[in-house]
Design a protein around this ligand. Sequence first.
Ligand code: NAG
Ligand code: NAG
Ligand code: NAG
Length: 308
Amino acid sequence: MVLFLATWTFAFLCITVHSEVHTKFQTPGPYHVAYPHDYVFVLDEPDACSAENPFLLLIVPVAPKNRVARDAIRRTWGNESLVLGKTVRLFFLLGLPGGEGSEWLQADVARERAEHHDLLQGDFLDSYHNLTIKTMMMLEWVASRCPNASYAMKIDSDMFLNVRNLVKMLLDPKTPKRNYITGLVARNRPALRDKNSKWYMPVDVYPDSTYPPYLLGMGYVFSTDLPKKLVDVSKQIKPLYIEDVQLGICLKKLGVKPTEPPSHTLFQVYMPVPYNRCHYASVITTILDGPARLLQCWGDLHKTNPPC
Ligand SMILES: *[C@@H]1O[C@H](CO)[C@@H](O)[C@H](O)[C@H]1NC(C)=O
Ligand SMILES: *[C@@H]1O[C@H](CO)[C@@H](O)[C@H](O)[C@H]1NC(C)=O
Ligand SMILES: *[C@@H]1O[C@H](CO)[C@@H](O)[C@H](O)[C@H]1NC(C)=O
């Protein structure tokens, strides 16, 4: 009887402890991010970097269903593998598809991976409020799989990228080789307290009124010594669902200041700028209004006559 009771008490205790751990991890509400956590890559390219030793990695976070954007990138700026004598390697970064039809979609993704070998996929639900998990997994991946690359860029799937201008900037002797991160630097941005805002930030998640300087998330470039340091320091902060702000907070904690690009016109991330050959030939990034536009302007941009 005593033994019986003891077993029951033990089982009861286990359940209590377990559910406590559970609620602690699954912090309620969409403004809390489940990171750090031992996510794994269900799709990986573990040997890509040791085989090719790239100078520059281009990593594109994209939703599993957005095959159209991936194909447009593969046919345009993602297909530039040797630029100014430097090897460039493209990867897309996905989470898991959710909702109805997700098993079919995952099967498509696996086929696409077998065809292109450029997909990385983490085992978290791919969603807007999980973008910080995606960015942190990107950093974990670069730190563990590609530590010998010189630079990496995170670039959104709706961007135009002039890879040649990017490599040219990175090869400039004035460009730092360590503790370097550049893009469009946002300064003194307020934490938005309006619950209707897309970027609403509850005071209990982030109490300060402004964010530290950060790189706008549509496109930023960094030296590959940073990923490991950022992953390590992220364990000391409360994660924010706004991935670029999260990185800004990690950078501040590390004492690394974002570097301004050599010219303020190189990174454009606001309104889509109407296509203009001379302009597109001079920037590093600009935002586009769809994959069709990318295919269209790419052909024109690569005509042999001078752009300006
Ligand atoms: C990185 O370079 C070092 C030294 O050259 C080498 O031992 C190591 O295997 C390389 N790592 C990868 C992932 O390529
Ligand atoms: C990538 O470029 C090569 C030539 O440089 C071309 O043969 C190939 O078809 C291109 N790939 C895509 C997907 O457009
Ligand atoms: C983020 O991913 C985790 C792990 O898959 C999942 O439990 C959670 O619901 C996701 N959060 C959101 C807001 O999508």
